[in-house]
Design a protein around this ligand. Structure first.
Ligand code: SF4
Ligand code: SF4
Length: 389
């Protein structure tokens, strides 16, 4: 009698909601080409702190071959969501999507820590956030020293530098104001409005808009992110061109407004304005930081370099690409020590640069960098508007 073939072992059942996640993870061919681009791998030199290690963990969880545990979860928590791995991946792994889905699944069994939930609640209420930021300067004396040291400097809005109208009949674009950027980038929106007016473009800041939802999505709060997306769709309906000043918000906002309007980086638009923008000389040394999201997602760094190159006499020092600055959404709040360790080489390069100010196009990076230096840290738009001829 012929031997009975051994029965194939049944595959473990998929965890609920895990099939799409498994499909995303299965795109990874484990080549490891992303590893040198990953800031957390550079920091820890550990496979578990690499994109490939995280994808393997997510695949094992999604396929039911492994139970979730605090060690694997911590490595997932450490991911900055910078998507440098995605930009480097030859297999086209959609790592950003994978991370958000993995964290959403993670949040169903392990909610984010209380301070992250509190921060998300505040980001979803930009009016309250703006009031608190306005109170920061007058009430600084009442704050514990540790809190004071951890807060970014309050925003400056220079007198006499308000937005200006563009000529009648100009095309109109909407400006996205966001959450923490609402108070901290008010001056940058005015600066952008002046630059746009000089380029013959009018701008408006529609009311009712709020946080883009990137921080919520990164923290696994898919429902919170969807609610914010709906509010922005409503507020920005009717505007077919929306300019997003923060590279970290761009992608999430673009997804939210899909089918309604196009989200553009103002630096790209201004670069296309050509000779309509003329700049006065700036004979001084200025440092430039290129955020991960500007490099890997929005990809507007070439436009920014071209714009700055048109400022006569400017001695621009581009800071070396030392990896993510550590801000990474709410990572600076969730993992302050790791965020500081990631920022340290950038601050050293800044100190060595001999520059008198630092430019960076992402609000999160600017606020995080500003708490580590006494140097002025501004959006490139602030600098360019100041140099308008
Ligand atoms: S994510 Fe892409 S680059 Fe990284 S190991 Fe997988 S296939 Fe290779
Ligand atoms: S998103 Fe950034 S930190 Fe996370 S795995 Fe990719 S490169 Fe590393």
């Amino acid at each position: 009698m012929p031997a009975t073939p051994p029965l194939a072992r049944p595959s473990p059942p998929l965890a609920p909601g895990a099939a799409p996640l498994l499909a995303l993870a299965d795109q990874c061919v484990q080549c490891g080409l992303c590893l040198p681009h990953c800031p957390t791998y550079q920091l820890d030199r550990s496979e578990a702190e690499s994109p490939r290690g995280r994808i393997a963990y997510v695949r094992a969880l999604a396929s039911g071959q492994m139970a979730p545990g605090p060690v694997g979860d911590t490595h997932l928590d450490h991911c900055l969501g910078c998507r440098r791995c995605e930009a480097a991946c030859p297999a086209g792994v959609r790592y950003g999507e994978l991370l958000q889905s993995a964290r959403a699944l993670q949040a169903t069994r392990r909610p984010p820590p209380a301070r992250i939930r509190a921060a998300l609640a505040l980001l979803a209420r930009p009016r309250l956030l703006a009031v608190l930021v306005a109170l920061q300067r007058p009430l600084a004396w009442a704050l514990p020293r540790r809190w004071r040291a951890g807060l970014p400097p309050p925003p400056r809005r220079e007198a006499g530098r308000a937005a200006v109208p563009a000529p009648d009949g100009s095309p109109v674009v909407a400006l996205f104001a966001g959450c923490i950027a609402r108070p901290h980038e008010a001056g940058s929106r005015d600066a952008l409005s002046r630059l746009l007016a000089a380029a013959g473009i009018a701008s408006v800041v529609p009311s009712g808009q709020g946080c883009c939802g990137a921080a919520a999505a990164h923290a696994g709060d898919a429902a919170g992110a969807a609610k914010l997306a709906r509010a922005n769709r409503q507020a920005l309906a009717g505007h077919d061109r929306v300019l997003c000043l923060a590279s970290g918000c761009h992608d999430t906002l673009a997804s939210s407004l899909a089918g309604l309007g196009r989200v553009e980086d103002p630096l790209v638009l201004l670069d296309q304005a050509g000779d309509r923008l003329k700049f006065r000389p700036a004979p001084r040394r200025v440092a430039l930081h290129l955020p991960c999201t500007q490099r890997s997602v929005v990809r507007s760094e070439a436009a920014l370099r071209r714009l700055l190159a048109r400022v006569p006499g400017l001695d621009l020092v581009e800071l070396p690409d030392t990896g993510c600055c550590g801000a990474a959404g709410l990572h600076q709040l969730a993992e302050p020590d790791r965020a500081d360790a990631l920022r340290a080489p950038l601050l050293q390069a800044l100190a060595d640069s001999g520059a008198t100010e630092l430019l960076s196009a992402n609000i999160g990076c600017r606020l995080h960098l500003a708490t580590g230096t006494t140097m002025v840290v501004r959006h490139p738009l602030d600098f360019l508007a100041e140099q308008l001829a």
